[in-house]
Design a protein around this ligand. Structure first.
Ligand code: NAD
Length: 490
């Protein structure tokens, strides 16, 4: 497996490689991928900068046509690509198909945006003068992503960047490189010219080289808050535009008037879907005291029935492995912390029975008696671990939900319309769901978070175009005289 630079599949200049391993079965090596260095990034950035000179001049509707074709090809290759994704990152086929559908939705949205990309005209304060403003591409974009949505998350950044006339150097996660190569194949087949989109594989060294390269004008990052903050600090020194999508510690609040079946299904999907490895996963459940015990009893029953397994070979599997041994150790470490802090009422260990022993599986785990001071209440675990706390009132529930360093997603279950609107107003998060779980973003809505989750940008919808464009203001004076603004008109 190789890098994709200037329309060619090429090895890394370093000659080094890393293995891509199936987390459901560590005997299954998917392939060796190039461990790229600054030299490879420079080759990709050079190709992207060259390609930018002509790509930015292609009419945006024509760029959109290529993206629409890419959406069609993602749909055509869905079966094959979902299997590749399940094999390399472990979530079930139903979920990897959803991941690809999100890219299809984003491709079609970006395609239509090629016919919009609206500017704004305003009257001038001077006679015989016209003011207009429009979006310009930024140049070469460096895209660095995590592994949990190997196609959807890159698509949120790459496809809008391309329709705006930018070119791209993409460094996927070292845990999902195969999907990234299929992404490149699809864009190539859709008709993207060589150099407009490039893939360099590798880890931190490669990512850091993207941040450093002077031809890369904007960095779009998805990953942990620790890495994102370090990238932002460096981009600050370099005066480089940077958009960050980082961690979460999302809460679901359930009030006594809620539909309990709905709330139960919501937390099961929110906490244990994608094995809890979503930035928007439900990792805190805040239950009103009046329903706490009954709800927890039902939750334990339902979660203990979830079937762990290899999504590729077991069509009944509902929960896949965690991504790798390092993450397994981190999750088991938090489970130990949780056992010392609170009460473990379900799971609490690695799953090794039957054919799970060769994968990195963790049993769905639930802690009760979780206090706001506990580390399992405050820190992102990124695994199938749910912390349950109790609130005494709606206000107390919102206060607990907001007692968090992150601010990505949130959910409130209630039938009280007043409480619902208060939650929409008062919950400190970029996304609030009412009577739905903390996961379920749609491609045409702004996506992102506040506090430790983001740095003020939003992907998705119309807002992503602010990341990948700069505004140009133009003044056309057709008076034939020198008109001095703020002086000659007053
Ligand atoms: P990570 O920060 O370890 O890695 C993310 C990416 O950054 C990878 O491609 C990695 O190779 C690269 N990288 C690592 N060090 C780097 C450096 N010094 N310079 C440049 N690049 C570097 O994160 P992860 O463990 O792969 O992903 C899990 C995290 O991602 C979780 O915190 C999760 O919440 C977050 N996430 C957030 C969103 C969102 O939209 N907010 C979506 C998915 C995942």
């Amino acid at each position: 497996m190789k890098n994709y630079i200037n329309g060619q599949w090429v090895p890394s200049a370093t000659g080094r490689t890393f293995s891509n391993i199936n987390p459901a079965d560590n005997r299954d090596v998917i392939g060796l991928f190039p461990e790229s260095s600054a030299e490879d990034v420079a080759a990709a950035a050079h190709a992207a900068a060259e390609a930018y000179t002509s790509w930015r001049l292609v009419p945006a509707p024509k760029r959109g046509d290529i993206l629409r074709r890419a959406g069609d090809i993602f749909a055509r290759r869905m079966d094959e690509l979902s299997r590749i994704m399940t094999r390399e990152m472990g979530k079930t086929l139903v979920e990897t198909r959803g991941d690809i559908q999100e890219a299809i939705d984003t491709a079609y949205y970006a395609a239509t945006e090629g016919r919009r990309l609206f500017g704004i005209n305003t009257p001038s304060e001077l006679a015989n003068k016209m003011n207009l403003s429009f979006r310009m591409p930024v140049g070469v974009c460096g895209i660095i992503t995590a592994w949990n949505f190997p196609i959807a998350v890159p698509s949120w950044k790459i496809l809008p960047a391309l329709v705006c006339g930018n070119t791209v150097v993409f460094k996927p996660s070292e845990d999902s490189p195969h999907s990234a190569n299929i992404f490149a194949e699809i864009l190539e087949e859709a008709g993207l010219p060589p150099g407009v989109f490039n893939v360099v594989h590798g880890a931190a060294e490669c990512g850091a080289a993207i941040v450093e390269h002077p031809d890369i004008k904007v960095v779009g990052f998805t990953g942990s808050t620790t890495t994102g903050k370090a990238i932002a600090a460096r981009c600050g020194e370099l005066n480089k535009k940077v958009s960050l999508e980082m961690g979460g510690k999302n809460a679901q609040v359930v009030m006594p008037d809620a539909d309990m079946d709905l709330a139960l299904n919501g937390v099961l999907w929110g906490a244990f879907g994608t094995t809890g490895q979503r930035c928007t996963a439900t990792s805190r459940l805040i239950l009103h005291r009046d329903i706490h015990d009954a709800f927890v009893a039902r939750l334990i029953d339902a979660a203990s029935a979830l079937k762990l397994g290899n999504g590729l070979t077991d069509s009944t599997a509902q929960v896949g492995p965690v991504i790798n041994g390092k993450q397994l150790d981190k999750i088991l470490g938090y489970i130990d912390i949780g056992k010392a802090e609170a009460t473990c009422v379900l799971g609490g260990e690695r799953a090794t029975e039957c054919d799970l022993e060769h994968g990195t599986f963790v049993k769905p785990t639930i802690f009760t008696n979780v206090d706001r001071s506990h580390r399992i209440f405050r820190e992102e675990i990124f695994g199938p671990v749910l912390s349950v706390s109790t609130c005494d009132s709606f206000e107390h529930g919102i206060e607990l939900a907001n007692d968090c360093a992150y601010g990505l997603s949130s959910s409130v279950y209630t039938r009280d319309v007043t409480a619902a609107f208060r939650a929409m107003r008062d919950v400190e998060a970029g996304i609030t769901y009412i009577n739905a779980p903390t996961i379920g973003a749609e491609a045409h809505m702004p996506f992102g978070g506040i506090k430790g989750t983001g740095n003020g940008h939003r992907e998705g919808g119309w807002t992503v175009f602010d990341i990948f464009t700069e505004w140009k203001s133009v003044y056309v004076d057709y008076s034939g005289t020198l008109q001095r603004a703020q002086i000659d008109n007053y």
